[in-house]
Ligand binder design. Structure first.
Ligand code: 13P
Length: 286
C-alpha cells in the first residue's frame, strides 16, 4: 500500500475499533526495524519523530531515509511529527513531506492555542497533511518537551469546541496518562475518551503507551483511541539490546558492527510487533 495520509490510517482504525501503534524512532536502524514489524504483522503503522530526533538527524536526512525505506512497502505507513511547540519545525517538516504533525501548544492559553492550531491546520492542508491537537500537556518530559507537573484538565465543552473549531484530525486529551516509565499503573479516565468521541467523532491519540496494561489498551481502543503512542519502550529496548550485545562482544573480544545492528534490529522489531499484536492491528493492512 505504501505511504498514506494519517487520517486514512486512524479513521479506519477508529471505525473498526483497533489501535495503530505510533512508535517514535530515533535513527535509521529503529526506523527500519519498526517498518519491518509492520510488514511482518501485515499491519498499518505510524512512525513518529520527536523534535529532538529531527534536530539530531536533520529533517532532510530523515525524509530521505523514510522515502528510501518505504519505497515499495506493502503495508500502509505514515510519518508523524510528535509534540512540536515550534512552528518553524512544523513548517519545515510539512514542507519536506511529513504526513502529519502534533502541534503542541498545550502550554498556551486555550484561545491562543486554538488560534494557532487553526493556522497549522490550514498550513497542513496545503500539503495534504493532517494535524493532531492538544490543549492539556501530557505529564512527563519526552525528548526535552513537556513537564512533570500535572496539567489542569479542560471541560468537555472546551475540548469539543477546540476540536470542532480547529478542525484537527486527531485529538490528544490528558486522561491520567504520562510519558516515560510509570511508577505504578495509572488510573485512566476512559469515560473522558468516550465523551469526546461521542461529541466529536474524532479519533483519539493515547499518549504514554509504555507501561499500560493489556486491559487498559483494550478498553481505551474500544472507546476510540485509534492512535497509540509508544516511545520509551523503544528507547529502553534499543539501549538494553545494545548493552547486552556489547557486554558479550567485550567478553568474547569480538567486534563486528553488522552483528550488533542485526541483534538490535531483531529486538526492536520484536518489541514493535508485540505492540501491534496487543493493539489488534495485525492483519489489518489494506
Ligand atoms: P511513552 O514514552 O510513555 O511510550 O509515551 C510515548 C508518547 O506518548 C509519545 O508522544
Amino acid at each position: 500500500m505504501g505511504v498514506v495520509p494519517l487520517k486514512e490510517i486512524v479513521d479506519r482504525a477508529m471505525a473498526e475499533r483497533y489501535g495503530v501503534a505510533a512508535i517514535n524512532i530515533v535513527n535509521d536502524l529503529t526506523l527500519e526495524s519498526v517498518l519491518a514489524a509492520a510488514v511482518e504483522r501485515r499491519s498499518p503503522v505510524i512512525v513518529q519523530t520527536s523534535v529532538k530526533t529531527v534536530r539530531s538527524i536533520r529533517a532532510d536526512v530523515l525524509i530521505a531515509m523514510w522515502k528510501a525505506m518505504t519505497a515499495g512497502i506493502e503495508v500502509p505507513v505514515s510519518l508523524h511529527l510528535d509534540h512540536c511547540p515550534d512552528r518553524a519545525v512544523i513548517t519545515e517538516c510539512l514542507a519536506k513531506g511529513w504526513n502529519s504533525v502534533l502541534f503542541d501548544a498545550s502550554l498556551l492559553p486555550v484561545e491562543e492555542n486554538l488560534r494557532q492550531t487553526i493556522e497549522v491546520v490550514a498550513e497542513a492542508r496545503a500539503h495534504g497533511a493532517h494535524v493532531e491537537g492538544e490543549i492539556e500537556a501530557i505529564k512527563g518530559v519526552e525528548d526535552d518537551v513537556g513537564s512533570d507537573e500535572d496539567s489542569r484538565r479542560q471541560s468537555l465543552e472546551t475540548s469539543v469546541r477546540f476540536v470542532e473549531t480547529s478542525g484537527v484530525d486527531v485529538f490528544a486529551p490528558s486522561i491520567g496518562n504520562a510519558h516515560g516509565v510509570y511508577s505504578a499503573t495509572p488510573h485512566l479516565d476512559g469515560q473522558r475518551v468516550s465523551d469526546i468521541v461521542a461529541a466529536t467523532g474524532v479519533p483519539i491519540a493515547l499518549h504514554g503507551g509504555t507501561g499500560l496494561t493489556d486491559e487498559q489498551f483494550t478498553d481505551l481502543i474500544s472507546r476510540g483511541c485509534a492512535k497509540v503512542n509508544v516511545s520509551t519502550a523503544l528507547k529502553v529496548t534499543y539501549m538494553t539490546s545494545n548493552l547486552a550485545f556489547l557486554r558479550q562482544a567485550e567478553e568474547n573480544d569480538k567486534w563486528d558492527p553488522p552483528s550488533l545492528f542485526k541483534h538490535v534490529a531483531a529486538d526492536v522489531t520484536a518489541m514493535a510487533a508485540g505492540y501491534i499484536d496487543r493493539f489488534g492491528s495485525a492483519g489489518r493492512a489494506w
